[in-house]
Design a protein around this ligand. Sequence first.
Ligand SMILES: *[C@@H]1O[C@H](CO)[C@@H](O)[C@H](O)[C@H]1NC(C)=O
Ligand SMILES: *[C@@H]1O[C@H](CO)[C@@H](O)[C@H](O)[C@H]1NC(C)=O
Length: 330
Amino acid sequence: MSSKMQTLMFLLVLTISSFTVKASPSDAGIAIYWGQNLGDGSLSSTCNTGNYKIVLLAFLNVFGAGRTPIWNFAGHCGDWSPCTKLEPEINYCQQKGIKVLLSLGGAIGPYSLSSPNDAKVVGDYLYTNFLSGQFGPLGSVTLDGIDFDIEGGSNLYWDDLARHLNNIRQQNRYFYLSAAPQCFMPDYYLDKAIKTGLFDYVFVQFYNNPPCQYNIATSDATLLLQSWNAWTSLVLPNNTVFLGLPASPNAAPSGGYIPPVDLLTKVLPFIKHTPNYGGVMLWDRFNDVGNNYSNQIKVYLIKSALQFVTQVSEAIAASVSTALNALLPN
Ligand SMILES: *[C@@H]1O[C@H](CO)[C@@H](O)[C@H](O)[C@H]1NC(C)=O
Ligand SMILES: *[C@@H]1O[C@H](CO)[C@@H](O)[C@H](O)[C@H]1NC(C)=O
């Protein structure tokens, strides 16, 4: 090969490499809980920030065991202002490519499942009212999935609900299932359900859990990183794990807040290369608004930024060495 051709190939490699600088849809991002404080701002404005790839509507907090389901979106809507008004905003977010999931549970119930059959009844209710496009409490929406943020009631039959929803999505249209366990393992409420392997996303709550969260007093991430490794190994290879964090110190009374600079230097470099790293989950939009957290961290979460730099450096090194070999006399 002539050295001219080598140089040409070198340029070609550089050109091809430079086209890979864009985040793929599967790349890391931020999932945010929305709906528990009027200070969240509207759902549309939340999606307009461009900061989030998943929005979790919080919460459907009364259901199961024959209860009439009740959704609680704090001051956003309720009996005084029907939640069907969210329909255009949900559509707006989805048009922007943001996945909108309904979150079940939260800190305040009551909710529980009384039997495997009750899990089926609840699963069918969720599909018909939120996932099928038929008219329901949020209007005629087709949400992207269901999140299990189970923190109370009973720990029974959540695996049955996951399996039933999985049957429904296999028979109809695929939708996502996610779970938001506490970092302390095994999670009392969700362990059995998570071990079904059916949750596309696992938003592990590394807050209000001193045995497995970031220690802000000593700037020590040891317990958090140990827990991260345990969680990501548990749900390999199919389930993506998000680092669940409070968006401000106030969001988690028992701690776990990680100042942006500590996140960038002490945590992200160690978790980003886990094959099933998905990004960061934040509690919640209200705290994110007040603390400007997602704006400060979003550019650092993407996996491919570093992968790209590595690929380009390798491509350049290979081309330079080939070009030099061609130029040097034997
Ligand atoms: C991962 O997904 C593949 C393809 O759907 C499936 O065959 C496999 O059993 C799954 N593995 C686990 C551990 O769930
Ligand atoms: C929020 O953070 C971004 C990124 O660091 C910064 O550009 C912006 O000025 C901040 N906004 C406020 C209100 O502090």
